[in-house]
Design a binder for this molecule. Structure first.
Ligand code: UDX
Length: 459
């Protein structure tokens, strides 16, 4: 099937590549000429496991192409998928300028019937706005004969596993009131809907709302768990034991109940804020959502507060090793990353940060540039050298089993503040490391003298 994808961002590029992989003929269009040029040379703008190969192979096979020519792109697709960004506006509500710009181009350029699919996370009612925008332009052009439908088909991919999520979606939400459109959409997604029916049909507005409700529900689980972790610390309980205890109830489940430094990324913070705005816009007070956001904002400072308390507010001139910059593992994305709040607070207090991340070093450089209080280190070991403590902000796999002996030797003091609960506190104590984590008691080293012989440390 001929398909056009507007917007070669995270969602657009991954979705386009996956649809090309199953045999659809995909044209991707973006206003960013440099990005288009680089993609045509096989340079992928984001780090996402499996995406490089997928784009290059399908590009070489002629099933996917990249262009800035919107008129040709509109002509190509029977389905026109819009995956442009919906950045937060000044007041936190979703800014729809790019979404409506795509609608305008489609209205101006279409010469045959089209199905317009809205992939972006957009406030309820946006598809109706797209519809009236296109209808208005067709009227101006005297082409009211051209039939079109606007479908809401939100994307649920997660960064870091985006290709796998798109290849094996757990649900395909399609919002349309038209049986004819439903048939075409079923055909589009048939390759992903083979073993059991993952397609859930509904009306347009419910589909738009489903995306927000899903993200806000997940954000709620995280904020709830973070609240419990703060409480656990004050009640001398262990949140990791509590997590296992409650996760075993299938009504709760083990997913998305990991306490940490708060959620970041391009979706949860933005979507929670946008839904708060939407609710207020219809005169409804979204008490739960507001609490979710507040807890998250506070959670991002939890590690800094522990550090500050430990050093009695005396952070000036101290050096901290920081493992993890990305908002979560397997991505180089630092949007709304807790690491940023932590680094900025440390800088504000006069401390120096020696950071390492397996993928986000360049991104960190792009955001903060050259500064005296930030040293980007080539390895996780290099970041430790001479630091007053190790701080962990992202749960990358390579941080899970480091050499604790080396760690103890490299750090100035054997001290760890872990915002992701990567290690067993008892094991840390046996290795002579003082360990502070989230929702668990701080555990002192069992070695009276941290510089005592290693045999004693390794049990
Ligand atoms: C999310 C949704 O999961 C996805 O369905 C939607 O399409 C886009 O938004 P993403 O932002 O890529 O995806 O990351 P996700 O894995 O959901 O994690 C979001 C944040 O929550 C991260 O900062 C992560 O560290 C945090 N998180 C997640 C927790 O703090 N605890 C958890 O238990 C799970």
């Amino acid at each position: 099937m001929n398909l056009t994808v507007f917007g070669i961002g995270y969602v657009g590029l991954v979705q386009a590549a996956v649809l090309a992989e199953v045999g659809h003929d995909v044209t991707c269009v973006d206003v960013d000429a440099e990005k288009v040029e680089r993609l045509n040379q096989g340079i992928i703008p984001i780090y996402e496991p499996g995406l490089d190969g997928l784009v290059r192979e399908n590009h070489a096979a002629g099933r996917i192409r990249f262009t800035t020519d919107a008129a040709a792109a509109v002509k190509h697709g029977r389905i026109l998928m819009s995956a442009v960004g919906t950045p937060p506006g000044e007041d936190g509500s979703a800014d729809l300028q790019y979404v409506l710009a795509v609608a305008e181009v489609i209205g101006r350029e279409m010469e045959a019937p089209k199905i317009i699919v809205s992939k972006s996370t957009v406030p309820v009612g946006t598809c109706d706005r797209i519809k009236s925008k296109i209808a208005g332009i067709l009227k101006e052009r005297g082409r009211e004969d051209l039939a079109f439908d606007v479908v809401s088909n939100p994307e649920f991919l997660k960064e870091g596993s985006a290709v796998a999520d798109c290849m094996k979606p757990d649900r395909i939400i399609i919002g349309t009131g038209s049986e004819k459109t439903e048939k075409v959409m079923r055909e589009l997604y048939a390759p992903f809907n083979r073993n059991h029916d993952r397609i859930i049909m509904m009306d347009v507005r419910s589909a738009e709302f489903t995306k927000y409700a899903a993200n806000c529900m997940l954000a709620t689980k995280i904020s709830f768990m973070n609240e419990m972790s703060n409480l656990a610390e004050r009640l001398d309980a262990d949140i990791e034991a509590v997590r296992r205890g409650i996760g075993s109830d299938p009504r709760i489940g083990y997913d998305f109940i990991y306490p940490g430094l708060g959620y970041g990324g391009s979706c949860f913070p933005k979507d929670v804020r946008a839904l708060i705005k939407t609710a207020e816009g219809v005169g409804f007070e979204p008490r739960v959502l507001k609490a979710v956001e507040e807890r998250n904002d506070e959670q991002k400072s939890v590690l800094f507060e522990k550090i500050n308390r430990y050093f009695n507010g005396d952070l000036k001139g101290r050096t901290f090793a920081l493992w993890g910059l990305a908002f979560k593992p397997n991505t180089d994305d630092m949007r709304e990353a807790p690491s940023r709040v932590l680094m900025e607070a440390l800088w504000q207090a006069g401390a120096l940060v020696q950071a390492f991340d397996p993928e986000a070093m360049q991104e960190c450089q792009n955001i903060y540039g050259q500064r005296d209080d930030l040293l980007l280190c080539g390895t996780k070991e290099a970041a430790l050298r001479g630091a007053d403590a190790l701080l962990i902000a992202t749960e990358w796999k390579i941080f899970r089993a480091p050499s604790f002996e080396q760690m103890r030797e490299a750090l100035k003091a054997p001290l760890i503040f872990d915002g992701r609960n990567l290690y067993d506190p008892e094991v840390m104590a046996r290795h002579g490391l003082e360990y502070h984590s989230i929702g668990r008691k701080a555990v002192a080293s069992v070695l009276a003298d941290p510089l005592a012989p290693k045999e004693q440390a390794l049990v």
